[in-house]
Design a protein around this ligand. Structure first.
Ligand code: DP6
Length: 328
C-alpha cells in the first residue's frame, strides 16, 4: 500500500483563470501549457493500518494544518474510489523553493494523484488521473502529461470531460524556458481566491471567457506549425490579458513587483534588437522567458544582469508524471 511518483511543474501559455464550478474545481476556460523538466515534486504515499489521521511531510518538515487539510480532502476522493478507510503518510519534496511562487501545486497534486491512487490499488488511465489531479489543483491536471499539453474546460456537470491531453511530446519541438526569480516571498492572494475574486468583480470577466476559444485555437495552430513568433506573441497577449483581469478585480490583484516589470521591459528590448524571446507570468512575480536553444545563453546572461533578479533557472521541456522506485 505504498507508492512513489514524480511529476514536473508546468507553465501555461494560454492561462486558466476562473472556475465554472468551485466544488469540483471545474475550469471556466481551457488552457495550454509546457511541462518543465527542471522543476519537479517527488511524493511517497503509504496507507498504514492504525494511523489516526493523515500525516503530511512537506520538504522534510511536518506540514501546517491548512496544507494537511487540503491533502486529506484530496485523499478522501481516492479513499472513496478505492473503498479504503486507512489513513496515509505522505512525504513530498520539491526540488525548487515552494515559497518562490513557482507553481508548486501543479507538480504536487499530479505526483500525489499518481502516488496515492497507485498506493490505494487503483489503476487509472492517464485521462482518469488528470481528472483526479484537477480536483487537487486545476493546473495539476496538465502536469500528468509531458511536453505540450491542453486542458479542456469540459461541459459535463460531473467534470468527467474536464481533463488534459497531450498535444505533442517534448521532443516534438525543443523550446526552452528561463525563469527569472524576482522574489522569494509567499504571495498574498493564491490562485483559487484570485479567480473567485475576478469572477465576482471584474467587468472584463465575460470577455475573458468569450475570447479564450480563439486564443486556444491559435495556440494549437502555432504549435502545429512550430511557429515560434506566433506562439510567443500569443503567450504574451494571453498573459497580459489574464493580469488585466486580475488588476481589474475589486480590490485589484497586482502580482508583479518592480523587477517583474523591468524584466518584461528588457525582454521587449531584446526582441527589438532581433532576439526572439517572449515572456509569460503566472499569479506571482517571477517572469518566464520563452526562447529557442540557440538563444538561451545570451538571454540568460541578460536576465541575470538585471538588478533585482535573484537567479535564473534554465529548463527544457519535461515528461509527464511517472511512478518511480520500488512501489509495493
Ligand atoms: C495563473 O491551478 O493553482 O497559474 O485550481 O485553484 O488550484 P486551483 O488553481 P491553480 O491556478 C493556476 C493559475 C495560473 C494559470 C495556469 O497555470 O493556467
Amino acid at each position: 500500500m505504498k507508492a512513489k511518483a514524480k511529476a514536473h511543474s508546468n507553465i501555461a501559455l494560454i492561462k486558466y483563470w476562473g472556475k465554472r464550478s468551485a466544488l469540483l474545481n471545474l475550469p471556466a476556460v481551457g488552457s495550454i501549457s509546457l511541462t518543465l523538466d527542471s522543476l519537479h515534486t517527488i511524493t511517497t504515499v503509504e496507507f498504514i493500518k492504525n494511523l489516526k489521521s493523515d500525516y503530511l511531510i512537506l520538504n522534510k518538515k511536518p506540514a501546517d494544518e491548512r496544507e494537511t487539510k487540503r491533502v486529506s480532502s484530496f485523499l478522501n476522493i481516492i479513499r472513496r474510489k478505492a473503498d479504503l478507510s486507512l489513513h496515509a503518510e505522505v512525504n513530498s519534496i520539491n526540488n525548487f523553493p515552494t515559497a518562490a511562487g513557482l507553481a508548486s501545486s501543479a507538480s504536487a497534486f499530479a505526483a500525489l494523484a499518481l502516488a496515492a491512487s497507485s498506493a490505494a490499488g487503483l489503476d487509472l488511465s492517464p485521462g482518469e488521473l488528470s481528472v483526479l489531479a484537477r480536483r487537487g489543483s486545476g493546473s495539476a491536471a496538465r502536469s500528468v502529461f509531458g511536453g505540450f499539453v491542453e486542458m479542456k474546460m469540459g461541459k459535463k456537470d460531473d467534470g468527467s470531460d474536464a481533463l488534459a491531453c497531450q498535444i505533442a511530446a517534448k521532443d516534438y519541438w525543443d523550446l526552452r524556458v528561463l525563469i527569472a526569480v524576482t522574489s522569494q516571498d509567499k504571495k498574498k492572494t493564491g490562485s483559487t481566491d484570485g479567480m473567485t475574486l475576478s469572477k465576482d468583480t471584474s467587468p472584463y470577466y465575460q470577455n475573458w471567457l468569450k475570447t479564450s476559444f480563439d486564443d486556444l485555437k491559435e495556440m494549437r495552430d502555432a504549435i502545429k506549425k512550430r511557429d515560434f513568433q506566433k506562439l510567443g506573441e500569443l503567450s504574451e497577449y494571453n498573459c497580459l490579458k489574464m493580469h488585466a483581469l486580475a488588476l481589474s478585480s475589486r480590490p485589484g490583484l497586482l502580482y508583479w513587483n518592480a523587477v517583474t516589470v523591468e524584466v518584461m521591459r528588457h525582454i521587449k528590448f531584446l526582441r527589438g534588437q532581433g532576439c526572439p524571446v517572449y515572456f509569460t507570468i503566472d499569479a506571482g512575480p517571477q517572469v518566464k522567458a520563452i526562447c529557442q536553444p540557440e538563444d538561451v545563453e545570451k538571454i540568460a546572461n541578460e536576465l541575470e544582469h538585471i538588478r533585482g533578479v535573484q537567479k535564473v533557472i534554465h529548463t527544457s521541456l519535461g515528461n509527464g508524471a511517472e511512478l518511480i522506485g520500488d512501489n509495493r
